[in-house]
Design a binder for this molecule. Structure first.
Ligand SMILES: [Zn+2]
Length: 255
């Protein structure tokens, strides 16, 4: 009798953790706030940037959040970092010469009243357009007949990717990638891409493939625009990304 009771009790004790685990799994799956806290700083950056881009958040709130996320990105990623600590960058279109950069002597770079927190409504052109040979605008290089690869100019974390641009979207960047270098506190922006092969949260190193040059984006899509990559660099000052001019480095092929 005593033996039977005790074994029955054991069985009940065994059953309870299984039921409890199932309950916990369901609880975590169904509670969106708990789910949100699991996403990590790169995906949070991506969601925050979408709000900035679409004008859905105040500058003050956005800067405050960005500052916190940059600190989390540094903390989460520097542990396993094997990035390059020098200040040079690579050229984003391998095989293309520096004179593919638009304008004269880097004149394509215009800060004017640019403010990162103006999102899609920003003024100025705080970057460089690098043109490919694509007279028939099919997105392929006229000489090789192949898509033109876009590579990362430095080490960093992919913090935002937009993949689904199609006309008549008014989004200026089209299909784009934002990369954050947590060592230098610097952002790198690649816009108007066609294909994108990286994901938010992924670590990339200099020379890693990001995607291919495309014609996506409000002003890059119409016929009047020759096919190009838009490339920009921002230095973050306490969560406030300020444009910087990479022209001298790009002109030397990235060094
Ligand atoms: Zn541009």
């Amino acid at each position: 009798m005593t033996r039977f009771q005790s074994s029955n009790k054991k069985r009940r004790v065994k059953g309870f953790p299984l039921f409890f685990s199932l309950f916990l799994i369901l609880f975590f799956l169904l509670d969106p706030s708990l789910h949100f806290s699991q996403i990590g700083p790169a995906l949070e950056w991506h969601l925050l940037y979408s709000k900035i881009r679409d004008g859905l958040i105040s500058k003050e709130e956005a800067q405050d959040k960005l500052k916190g996320l940059e600190s989390s990105l540094r903390h989460d990623y520097l542990k396993n970092w094997r990035g390059v600590f020098d200040d040079s960058i690579g050229f984003p279109l391998p095989g293309y010469p520096p004179n593919a950069i638009g304008g004269k002597g880097g004149s394509g770079y215009r800060i004017q009243d640019y403010d990162f927190f103006d999102g899609n409504q920003h003024k100025g052109h705080p970057g460089h357009d690098i043109f490919i040979q694509d007279k028939n605008q099919d997105g392929l290089d006229d000489v090789t007949g192949k898509p033109v690869e876009v590579v990362s100019v430095c080490s960093g974390i992919v913090v935002s990717v937009n993949l689904n641009w199609s006309p008549p979207s008014s989004l200026r960047g089209g299909n784009y990638v934002w990369i954050y270098d947590p060592v230098k506190g610097r952002y790198f922006y690649y816009a108007h891409l066609n294909e994108i092969v990286v994901q938010v949260g992924q670590i990339v190193y200099r020379g890693d493939r990001l995607g291919t040059v495309g014609r996506t984006g409000l002003n890059a899509y119409p016929k009047k625009s020759p096919t190009h990559l838009h490339f920009a660099v921002h230095q973050s000052m306490a969560g406030y990304p300020k444009p910087m001019n990479p022209y001298q480095k790009l002109k030397r092929g990235g060094h």
